[in-house]
Design a protein. Structure first.
Length: 302
């Protein structure tokens, strides 16, 4: 082989290998100049921080944000932090036995303010990392942490788990929790023979709902049906369209009416733009713009 051509091939192969080794560090989504999404990953590819922000038009363009941070140690999640600017702040603690099996998890929550001010924790919009969210919530749980542990220690809490095949041959998993002889939550999950979640039933003391999922022959999610109000048969549905391995469009229905469309544009394999269009004039969605254009930026570990 001609030596210059051989060297060029070596360089191209080396460059290709380096390209494949790039590890995604963060994904930033912007709507005009406003950051509306942040995802941070560690070097193992685990999502450590996930933030979403919505611009609320009828709140004078106020920003409502919700975010989750996961803290790992020895390949185990040990803390999960969650914040919603209009609702709550909480921290979930995961407890393992000596064999590293999850024994229990419990959640500490900051009580909602008595004044019920809208978007009370709006300052969390400035948080863009797991460490910052951890510091923010921990500072508000210093006193509550000891108090909540003391209260929980006086309550008899039992967790149950059941695993079986239903009459259709679907793997079924049941989880439920009882505190002081009262069932406070129950979840039933069903999986098909490809181990894909096809239905999920959840009930707590406050609400009850059912989610159903459908997939195409490639295992891609093509429909989500959420029954959020079982008594009145209230539901919402998402239908997903693909071009080979890329999600290109989603149709969101509220009951039987088309409410939103979401279009996804790519450069090679990376999502670079999302176009959201509001079709409905329902008051329930009046705080959403008629059209939202979201652009994505990526950074990688060196």
């Amino acid at each position: 082989m001609n030596k210059p051509i051989f060297l060029v091939l070596i360089i191209l192969i080396f460059a290709s290998c380096n390209e494949k080794k790039k590890i995604l560090k963060s994904e930033i989504a912007k709507q005009n100049d406003t950051i509306v999404g942040v995802k941070n990953y560690d070097r193992k590819g685990r999502l450590t921080f996930n933030k979403t922000t919505q611009i609320i038009e009828n709140w004078n363009n106020d920003l409502m944000s919700w975010m989750t941070a996961k803290i790992y140690s020895n390949n185990r999640i040990i803390f999960r932090y969650y914040a919603h600017s209009n609702l709550t702040l909480n921290k979930t603690i995961y407890d393992y036995d000596k064999e590293n099996n999850l024994r229990e998890n419990y959640t500490l929550s900051v009580p909602r303010p008595e004044n019920k001010e809208r978007n009370h924790y709006r300052e969390i919009y400035g948080i863009n990392s797991s460490d910052s969210l951890k510091k923010y919530i921990d500072s508000r749980l210093v006193i509550l942490d000891t108090l909540r542990k003391t209260v929980n220690s006086k309550r008899k809490k039992e967790k149950f788990y059941l695993n079986y095949k239903d009459k259709d041959g679907n793997l079924t998993k049941e989880f439920w929790t009882i505190i002081d002889s009262i069932e406070i939550s129950k979840t039933i999950e069903k999986y098909n023979n490809q181990n894909l979640l096809i239905s999920e039933y959840k009930r707590t003391r406050y609400n009850e709902g059912i989610n159903n999922f459908k997939y195409n022959e490639n295992g891609q999610l093509i429909e989500e049906l959420e029954k959020y109000d079982i008594e009145s048969d209230g539901f919402q549905r998402k239908v997903h369209n693909y071009d080979n391995d890329k999600l290109i469009k989603t149709f969101f229905y509220h009951d039987n009416d088309l409410a939103f469309t979401y279009e996804y544009l790519y450069k090679d394999t990376l999502l670079i733009r999302q176009i959201n269009k509001r079709i409905t004039n329902s008051k329930a969605f009046s705080n959403r713009k008629k059209e939202e254009i979201i652009d994505y930026e990526y950074s990688y570990y060196e």
